[in-house]
Ligand binder design. Sequence first.
Ligand code: ADP
Length: 270
Amino acid sequence: RETLVVFVRVAPLTPDLTLLLVEDRTEAKRVEDVRRDFVANVSHELKTPIGALSLLAEAVTDAADDAGAVRHFAKRMMRESSRLGLLVQEIIDLSRLQVAGALESPEPVELDDVLAEAVDRCRTAAAAKNIDVVVAADRDAVVYGDHSLLVTAVRNLVDNAISYSEQDTRVSVVVRRADGIVEVAVSDQGIGIAAADQERIFERFYRTDPARSRATGGTGLGLSIVKHVAANHGGEVTVWSVPNQGSTFTLRLPESVQPIGPGIPAPSSE
Ligand code: ADP
């Protein structure tokens, strides 16, 4: 049930004529609420690493004579500051995506390249857990959009698949084309997501297990970014998951009809 918010103004024009202005402010109020929530969440999320950094700085000062302890705290400070850096970057990305209704300068993007780049960036995380990342690309899959945003989206899905899986498992990235739609499906054999959480995981800062998300360096913004990238490309992202068996996230994007490069030159009319 939605509450209707109206703004009413009464202006007497002449003794027997009154102007009644009724403005529907429902959408404006919703946008304002979303903005206020976002600012509150961001402040809360930023306080955690900033608080940790100041405690660690105190610890370093107190342990100045103990080289081993200083190294230990300094390492933790580096981890917290890179977490803070990632959080700030993702907040900026998300705010940009939220205001930008459409892409600035879309162009044909080959999904092959997007997948290769995204998977490459996850190699270290996958190797650390001995997770095999298998890619089945399609050389003809082309969408019209923004290469780096698509890399960000696919990388977030593959990163999550690795983070929420145990050692020695497999992650697959499969591209399919059908009926003008390009599908990128990222599947894992990980912890899965309960049905009640599946609708909420695309919300900003929503995590099913905040401790696990933080431990793996998660910001809680990844899927929200994926959702906005999909929407800005005229597509969507969905999830299918069975707890303790695994999850599949599917990105569906309209296939590009734009030719790549100069294409075949048109016959000359002369
Ligand atoms: P995070 O930085 O916490 O990973 P995301 O927005 O990427 O944030 O994901 C939101 C939440 O959705 C995660 O905290 C986790 O609970 C859940 N999630 C995302 N991907 C997976 C996955 N592949 N398997 C299990 N849970 C997942």
